[in-house]
Design a protein. Sequence first.
Length: 165
Amino acid sequence: MTTTNEDQLTKLDRMRYIKNRSSANLALLAIVFDVLYFVLLYQSDVGNYYYTIITGASIVYNLLFLLFGFLAEEGVKNYKSGYSYLLLAMGIIQVIRIFIVPMQAHNTVVTVSSVDTPALGNAKFTWMVIFLILSAVCLVASAVINYSKCRTLGNYLKSLENKAA
């Protein structure tokens, strides 16, 4: 029984010196899935459909997503609980994004050279939705894991302060 308690204390003590790699890696994986979504979306070029303010806003959002994603990845690496909220918000926004550009493009038919063509085909739409959902799941998982580890480490550090006092 003592060995199990000592192992748990050792794991808690190690958290003070090692990085939170699981949350950081999930945040990076979310960025990778977003990049795959980004590539699929901007490969699509059907007539003038994608030359709109919505597409421009989507590009700007993708750039901000990358910036804040890397920022959050670095923050969770160092057990900063505030970044859990940022990751959670980013995950929710990834789900909302499904209903903006991909869904609208999938439901739109564009006439190009007198031929009706879907602005976004079924296969691309499916992959784009999958990538956004995977990105959202990774972001939410990263947020939950980071928050849990931050609380655990914070409680452990408080118990050390109480022992020292």
